[in-house]
Design a binder for this molecule. Structure first.
Ligand code: ARG
Length: 458
């Protein structure tokens, strides 16, 4: 029998029962549901809405259910529809009459809003700590590679030399923004909706503030309609996780390129790669590819959530039960990707020689030559033109710029003298880019310090 069966003269169809149930995916809310119910019951007793004795028995019963659930001893069932009614049903089975009083002054609408906020704020903390572990590994590698010169790219064409540290720290700053976004989402999420009832609050004199405090919320919600129909916090978190995955996916793309024989910048550990069923020589960067591939799921979830919410009138509608699989899948995806991605990087070896060789090739010191000409008094546009001609000449002679003889150089401009060779050295091209935010080892060292203190504060 359903807890709402009073006004019905027929049983629910079996098809509708299995269509309607959410227990397969919302059972993961059991901890939050039980904690919320315990504090609700205690508050009801403090407000003399139920007796202290009933509240104590409800609390004990719920704590036993929690224990059993933690030990995997409970099988939730579809006939009790969702996690909220499953737990209430188990409670009544355990403690009898007092269990029927738990739902006084409460609706599943404010209950599910509470559970989701509590569940997601915990997940934000866990995901943030996984992001921080990834950042620690990246910072460690960066500290060891402040002087590891590599090509920097635009359009995937060699552009100007940078260092591996500078490149990896770019990702650290992306992940810091991800941490910051999640924290901000967590701040807006952390408001307590119980007391909103089904939609129009309650006739009982509830003490919402005490429930807010005991469940560790920063504030309460101030509009009962909004409180039960708001899923902005799911959307925001889904967006945050999509951006995080987008960052991981871009990084994955680079790792896949770098692991190719053509680049050979990185050697992934055997334990983080797979082989081919037919080609014996293959070693594939599957981890990075799967992270890149799984990014699509998080975008799909974000679109699903936006679409579920777009036409809903106030307040609660059953459509909103669809919020769960979407956001849970994004969470699971991120939590499976982050640790394995972190370990893949932690165990990888970077091939400094290949990076250095690649940086020497490709005329990446051409901008430095143009800047040299500017220092000798030439206008930048003219310097750009002269340097372009020198590069074209080098290409035709199969030489690098620094391999040209002084006379060859001078034939392009009389202002060039032998001091030009210093500024053409690839190391100097990096070291002289010494502005805040630039790739020189001193500046990257500063950036690492700033990143570290930001991460500690997040
Ligand atoms: N399982 C439901 C959900 O996740 C709980 C709220 C149900 N409320 C209702 N009035 N049917 O949205």
């Amino acid at each position: 029998m359903k807890s709402w069966s009073g006004r019905f003269s027929k049983d629910i169809s079996k098809d509708v029962e299995s269509f309607n149930t959410s227990i397969d995916f919302d059972s993961r809310l059991y901890r939050e549901d039980i904690k919320g119910s315990i504090e609700h019951a205690k508050m009801l007793a403090r407000q003399d809405i139920i007796s202290r004795d009933d509240a104590a028995r409800i609390t004990q019963g719920l704590e036993r259910i929690l224990d059993e659930a933690e030990n995997g001893e409970i099988r939730f069932t579809a006939d009790a529809e969702d996690i909220h009614m499953n737990i209430e049903k188990l409670l009544v089975e355990k403690i009898g009459e007092p269990g029927k009083k738990l739902h006084t002054a409460r609706s599943r609408n404010d209950q599910v809003a509470l559970d989701m906020r509590m569940y997601l704020r915990t997940e934000i903390r866990q995901i943030s700590s996984l992001i921080k572990s990834l950042c620690s590994v990246l910072i460690k590698i960066s500290e060891n590679n402040l002087e590891t010169i590599m090509p920097g790219y635009t359009h995937l064409q060699k552009a100007q030399p940078i260092t591996l540290a500078h490149h990896l720290m770019a990702y650290v700053f992306m992940f810091i923004r991800d941490l910051d976004r999640l924290k901000d989402t967590g701040r807006r999420m952390n408001v307590m909706p119980l007391g909103s009832g089904a939609l129009a609050a309650s006739t009982y004199k509830l003490d919402r503030r005490s429930v807010q405090k005991s469940l560790d919320f920063d504030d309460i919600t101030y509009n009962s309609l909004d409180a039960v129909s708001d899923r902005d916090f799911c959307l925001e978190m889904s967006f945050d996780l999509s951006v995080l995955m987008m960052h991981l996916s871009r990084f994955s793309e680079e790792i896949i390129l770098w692991a190719s024989r053509e680049f050979s910048y990185i050697e992934l550990d055997d334990s983080y790669c797979t082989g081919s069923s037919i080609m014996p020589q293959k070693k594939n960067p599957d981890v990075a590819e799967l992270v890149r591939g799984k990014t699509g799921r998080t975008y799909g979830s974000l679109m699903a959530l936006l679409t579920v919410m777009k036409g809903l009138p106030l307040a609660y509608n059953k459509d909103m039960q669809e919020d769960k699989e979407a956001i849970f899948d994004s969470i699971d995806t991120v939590k499976i990707c982050l640790p394995v991605f972190t370990q893949m990087l932690d165990t990888a070896r970077f091939n400094k020689d290949a990076m250095y060789k690649a940086a020497k090739d490709g005329y990446m010191n051409a901008t430095d030559l143009a800047d040299y000409l500017v220092r000798k008094g030439m206008a930048f546009r003219d310097a750009h033109e002269v340097t372009g001609k020198i590069v074209a000449y080098c290409i035709s002679k199969h030489k690098t710029i620094e391999e040209l003889l002084p006379d060859e150089m001078k034939s392009f401009s009389a202002v060039i003298s032998s001091d030009v060779y210093d500024c053409l050295k690839i190391e100097n091209c990096v070291y002289s880019r010494d502005l805040e935010g630039g790739p020189s080892p001193a500046r990257v060292t500063e950036a690492i310090e700033i990143a570290g203190s930001r991460i500690r504060a997040l």
